[in-house]
Ligand binder design. Structure first.
Ligand code: ADP
Ligand code: MG
Length: 297
């Protein structure tokens, strides 16, 4: 495209809330035939709310357990953590217990010590890696919650799971239509998430994706590998994401697209930023880039 066409194209994009970093990015956007979209905060609102908090065994006051959970999560920046902290604040429990040896395990959960006792919160894998056995009853409870599209997390002390917390994150109003528009253009759409398979499929169904197009339980370091795998299949791939955990995949993609509502790291890595996080802008972006490129001749 001519420099003028590119200036007009990127200018038009910017006016519509689509920030494109230069002419090369715009040219690549015109060639996309596969789009990989992160779930949490991208397809969904990323404003999860706690729907269940269940203490296992007879541990006395559930709020004493909630205090510990919330104080740990207060040190995490994850949207799931924010949901738990807000819930605890609503219940007016203390969320400021002193935590030492805090550790955030990206894509898995958090860990920390309160009052000399170490706790882990997060996925089944994280808990089992600590050598803690999750009971069949707990696994069944979690799988039921997940089939309702919720993300369920385990809180464990050094011996056992002491609570289960479930969080629901609504799909953005426009996500389904946005995917429909991309499908209509012949673009293949995939969902990629660190969340579990059942939750992922439930959300996938809501936005019109079949389970073959849903990649779940993907660790952050593997998100980039999925994108690379599609590229190896001769696809011209865009990756859309909002989190720190998406940054490597954004970098590997032919076109990395960040949410303006997401983390700075994602935006710095990406070629394009959708300012409002509205996925309808994806289709607009491809139209815009194609129009600009057609001005070559
Ligand atoms: P996504 O790809 O959907 O944005 P992540 O890769 O960030 O998800 O996280 C994957 C999973 O790890 C979450 O679904 C959750 O079970 C667990 N997890 C991540 N961060 C936390 C946290 N701060 N507290 C508890 N669990 C967490
Ligand atoms: Mg995300």
């Amino acid at each position: 495209a001519t420099p003028t066409a590119i200036m007009v194209g990127t200018g038009l994009g910017a006016k519509n809330g689509i920030l494109i970093k230069g002419g090369e990015a715009l040219e690549r956007a015109a060639r996309i035939d596969a789009i990989v979209i992160d779930k949490t905060g991208t397809l969904t609102k990323g404003k999860p709310v706690v729907t269940e908090f269940e203490v296992e065994y007879d541990l006395g006051d559930p709020y004493v357990v909630l205090e510990k959970l919330a104080s740990l999560e207060k040190l995490s920046e994850h949207p799931l953590a924010q949901a738990i902290v807000s819930y605890a604040e609503e219940k007016e429990v203390n969320t400021d217990l002193p935590v030492v040896e805090f550790e955030a395990i990206v894509g898995s959960g958090v860990k920390g010590t309160i009052d000399g006792k170490t706790y882990n919160v997060g996925t089944r894998r994280l808990i089992e890696q600590q050598g803690i056995v999750i009971t069949l009853g707990q696994l069944e409870r979690v799988s039921l919650l997940e089939s309702q599209g919720k993300t369920a997390m385990y809180l464990a002390d050094k011996d056992r799971v002491i609570a289960i917390v479930a969080v629901a994150d609504e799909v953005k109003e426009s996500s389904k239509e946005a995917i429909q528009q991309l499908h209509d253009k012949g673009i293949e759409v995939f969902m990629l998430t660190g969340d579990n398979q059942r939750t992922a499929e439930f959300i996938g169904e809501q936005v019109g994706l079949d389970s073959r197009h849903v990649f779940a339980e993907v660790l952050p370091e593997d998100k980039a590998n999925y994108v690379q795998t599609l590229r190896d299949r001769e696809k011209f791939v865009a990756m859309v994401g909002d989190g720190i955990n998406d940054a490597p995949a954004l970098a590997v993609a032919d076109v990395g697209i960040a949410m303006g509502t997401g983390t700075d790291i994602a935006m710095e890595t990406a070629d394009v930023t959708l300012m409002t996080g509205d996925l309808l802008h994806l289709s607009k972006m491809t139209t815009l880039s194609k129009l600009t490129m057609s001005k070559i001749k």
